[in-house]
Design a binder for this molecule. Structure first.
Ligand SMILES: [Zn+2]
Length: 201
């Protein structure tokens, strides 16, 4: 689950150079050991993610009332800081683009009135008024609260083209958007509940 970052990890690069001189069997054995040793280190990892700069975000009250549009600084933090803030489950999903098991999250069955904010930075993302039961086991919405508050990016992982949805302020992974949703947009924002927190409004 940390494979996507191993190439940027200085420890990993050192390790890669070291195995060039070893036999294949030893290399595989070393790789397994290295992965085992690396995994717990994320709590203290200084590897920083995020794009410094400002971003335009629309503020919302917890009841979904739209407030003003503001320029705010993007969130840039290290893996270690994110891990401490989010805990293992939300870290792996929101920061490492893992997907939670369907029908296990905290909000796929949430029917209360309110909004869903980013677990990492509180940005208002979705409203209960656009939530619908998709039958997938993941919280699903037919629109975000504001287009400015989410980023949509091509994702070619898993051998298919999908559109990943991220928080615009902290670039946390939220889920994917598909075009098989209900009216009025025909979109299905299929989100991970571990990437968001529901706030009653
Ligand atoms: Zn965020």
């Amino acid at each position: 689950m940390f494979d996507s970052d191993s190439g940027r990890d200085p420890q990993s690069s050192k390790f890669t150079r070291r195995i060039f001189g070893a036999g294949a069997v030893a290399a595989v054995a070393s790789y397994v050991v290295a992965k085992l040793v690396q995994a717990p280190g994320v709590e203290a990892s200084p590897v920083v993610h995020g794009t410094p700069g400002m971003v335009k975000i629309v503020s919302f009250k917890d009841d979904g009332t739209r407030l003003d549009t503001q320029m705010v600084p993007r969130i840039v933090k290290s893996d270690g800081e994110w891990y401490k803030q989010l805990g293992a489950n939300s870290f792996n999903i929101a920061r490492k683009a893992d997907t939670e098991m369907p029908f296990t999250g905290v909000s796929w069955q949430e029917h209360g009135h309110g909004i869903y904010r980013c677990i990492g930075c509180d940005t208002a993302l979705f409203s209960s008024t656009t939530k619908f039961d998709s039958g997938t086991g993941w919280p699903s919405f037919w629109a975000p609260l504001a287009k400015e508050n989410v980023l949509e990016k091509n994702d070619d992982s898993m051998g298919m083209r999908r559109t990943e949805v991220q928080c615009a302020r902290c670039e946390g992974h939220l889920g994917h958007v598909f075009n098989d949703g209900p009216d009025p947009t025909g979109l299905r924002y299929c989100m991970n509940s571990a990437s968001m927190k529901f706030v009653k409004g």
